[in-house]
Design a protein around this ligand. Structure first.
Ligand code: ADP
Length: 400
């Protein structure tokens, strides 16, 4: 069975076509800069051998972008499928599912209406996700359209984790609460991690640490998320590439009343100009680590702050879980930076975590344990695969 996974952004469509019998990637690509002067489609097919093509052309909207994807996938010479009927389902990444969606669902009129209602909670993402669904319905009329929500995995959190200590009516009437993000990644990584442990899944306590441009963590007990670091929005929790993460909630008031910044300026500063960028001048971890190695004081401080916040959440989550079997690092930084993992794990024997410095340097491909034999809790690198998780969840929906 073939499933196409689509992640639609405001000016892009990322896609991966899977053969589900062996989870093989048949094709993947990116339609980029939709609506801009220099739009392009990059596509790679993997059978019988890797074949990468790039097309630079005017792509004024998402509909023409997806039409181009269909043409490329079904091209008689270079395509990977004969026609779109071979695709049984299109799995859509939808950022916000609110409280309504704790599972992936087949999309119908009601589901679309609900995703639209949730735009207030995800104004940057849900509108383009919805556009992606509308366009996919047009080009894949015989495929089932499935929505997989980035918030869904966190819906298992108890109220003590998801409620903010503010007046009740702000939850009951305005739905202000912790939703969390990166749920598809945390779901994939924690399930992979649990499957590596020598223990029944329901007895496990693990922490998933997603460190990409956006960064978040999840505490997972018996396979269920019990707490996560992002909140109502992706701004909360860890320090990130350009987002501040946690701060005193009074900081924005001070900026508004005393410094004289407007609400949109504060929003922009906290989301786009803070984090690593705000302290070290770059949101790219590789640059920041290089500057730190060259003795740059701001980069050194940025890394110290970044690492300290991860340690703080590991400690907090270990306490909440009441036990700790393993932690897993994932995403761009978590998977690729041995140095960052070493800094995070330094001095963590208090929580039973002891890194094997050699294994950490060369974790190799796939899931790898990088803790010592004596480490009470294990440390893993687990490459995330959000697209595959969306495909697997979509397959589950159409098979039930
Ligand atoms: P996104 O959240 O956009 O999917 P990624 O998961 O790709 O982001 O992570 C991007 C981050 O990973 C960037 O900060 C980048 O510098 C960092 N990164 C990628 N490779 C390395 C590496 N070898 N060492 C340190 N950081 C890395």
């Amino acid at each position: 069975m073939k499933i196409l996974v689509i992640n639609t952004g405001s000016s892009s469509i990322k896609y991966v076509l899977f053969e589900m019998t062996n989870h093989q990637v048949l094709a993947k690509g990116l339609v980029d800069r939709i609506g801009e002067a220099n739009s392009s489609l990059t596509n790679s097919t993997f059978i019988p051998e890797v074949n990468k093509t790039r097309l630079e052309t005017s792509i004024p909207n998402h509909s023409e972008g997806l039409e181009l994807v269909v043409k490329t996938l079904t091209d008689p010479q270079t395509g990977i499928i004969k026609d779109t009927n071979e695709i049984m389902a299109v799995g859509h990444r939808v950022v916000h599912g609110g409280e309504r969606f704790s599972e992936p669902v087949e999309i119908d009129k009601d589901v679309k209406a609900k995703i639209k209602e949730l735009i207030a909670l995800a104004p940057l993402h849900n509108p383009s996700n919805l556009e992606g669904i509308n366009v996919a319905e047009k080009f894949f009329p015989n495929a089932k359209q499935i929505a997989v929500f980035d918030t869904a995995f966190h819906q298992s959190m108890p109220a003590k984790s998801f409620r903010y200590p503010i007046p009740n009516r702000l939850y009951t009437e305005e739905k202000i609460r912790v939703y969390g993000m990166h749920g598809t990644s945390h779901s994939y990584v924690s399930m992979q991690l649990i499957s590596e442990l020598d223990k029944p899944a329901k007895e496990t306590s693990v922490i998933s640490i997603h460190l990409g441009n956006g960064c978040s963590m999840a505490a997972v007990k018996g396979g269920q998320c019990i707490d996560t670091s992002m909140g109502l929005s992706p701004l909360a929790g860890l320090m990130m590439g350009t987002r501040s993460g946690d701060l005193d909630p009074a900081v924005p008031f001070y900026l508004g009343t005393t410094v004289g910044m407007s609400l949109p300026d504060i929003d922009k500063m906290l989301n786009k100009e803070s984090g690593l960028k705000g302290i070290a001048g770059s949101n790219d971890m590789r640059d920041v680590l290089e500057k730190r190695a060259a003795g740059d004081e701001n980069a050194t401080l940025a890394i110290d702050m970044y690492v300290q916040r991860i340690k703080k959440y590991i400690g907090a989550y270990a306490a909440e879980l009441g036990a700790l079997d393993a932690i897993a690092f994932t995403a761009g930084i978590g998977e690729n930076s041995a140095q960052l993992r070493e800094l995070v794990c330094e001095g963590m024997r208090v929580l039973g975590l002891e890194l094997d410095l050699e294994k950490n340097k060369q974790p190799g491909p796939g899931n790898q344990c990088i803790s010592t034999e004596n480490s009470v809790a294990q440390i893993w690198v687990i490459p995330t695969n959000e697209e595959l998780e969306i495909a697997i969840q979509s397959e589950r929906v159409i098979s039930t």
